[in-house]
Design a protein around this ligand. Sequence first.
Ligand code: NDP
Length: 330
Amino acid sequence: MDFFKPLNVDSKTEKKEIKGETEKIECLILGSGPAGYTAAIYAARAGLTPVMYQGMEPGGQLTTTTEVENFPGYPQGVTGPVMMEDLKAQAERFGSDIRWGMATSADLSSRPYKVVIDEEKLIEAETIIIATGATAKYLGLESEEKFKGAGVSACATCDGFFYKGKTVAVVGGGDTAAEEATYLAGLAQKVYLIVRKPYLRASQAMQNRVMNTPNIEVLFEHQTKEIVGNSAVNGAILLKKPGEPDEQEVKINIDGFFVAIGHKPNSDIFTPWIETDEIGYIKTIKGSTKTNLPGVFACGDVQDPIYRQAITAAGTGCMAALDAERFLKE
Ligand code: NDP
């Protein structure tokens, strides 16, 4: 993606001239999932007048989920989109300035830090709270690319509706795949769950749900070779026990193919300055949300390869706002 080009890093990097207005602020929050909104609530109550840019997916990943049953305070559960609207309203109540727009490049070489929004507006910020989350991964097949939007999706709750009474496949063995398969089983006539290992990685509760849903068939030790169709998906070619002597090619007839194989942290525009692990998760100093740059904090899924829950994201969002407040006072 073009807009992930770093700004003014060195002479080899393309320097973009930003023609729009420049705005100076104390606290910039990037991303609007539970981490970003919680940071906004705390930062606004502390008088930092935070400005939040919501990013490509306002409300974050939870807006693509159905029922959230494990967020404390909702004894009957809540849908992801409703919870995010509640968090937004709470952040706005204390004066957070929540805006549409996405950080398209950054220059974190010196303070105030510079972030470009939608390739045209320059923000100069004393502190930045990075809460940009993570994005769904795809298998990387050519046919997958070809059928994106025509039968291939990474979001069952967004696109499941189109497969009422049809047959679909979900690929992946984690909680996301298990959740998407059970959700789709309520709409589709049949769901194949394609799992590359001989077991599911999902939590026991999610595994039980999958196994107790009669119209889900789990295909263990299968990998997708190709997705097939004409103008839209009508099948997939799978390899059973790939690489083994008894490898077998299997064709399934499906109308939709849902990819649920994990996520990539959205840290690309910061990586010239911010330390990350090999996957791209931002490294924070233990017990804090501090990054290697003074005044730049990271919270939520962009820095969390382990827990990745709404409640842990919210917790680190709170920490980031407190860290930013202390930094500005010092
Ligand atoms: P995970 O990383 O947990 O699982 C990814 C799955 O995709 C694994 O089974 C992995 O296989 C499989 N996979 C990865 N690459 C490929 C590939 N190229 N081909 C085939 N399969 C592949 O990601 P999730 O998105 O499921 O979960 C992320 C985190 O979010 C987890 O911590 C999870 O617990 C949490 N979560 C919690 C929910 C809840 O509490 N309601 C709901 C959803 C997620 P393998 O096992 O072989 O590595």
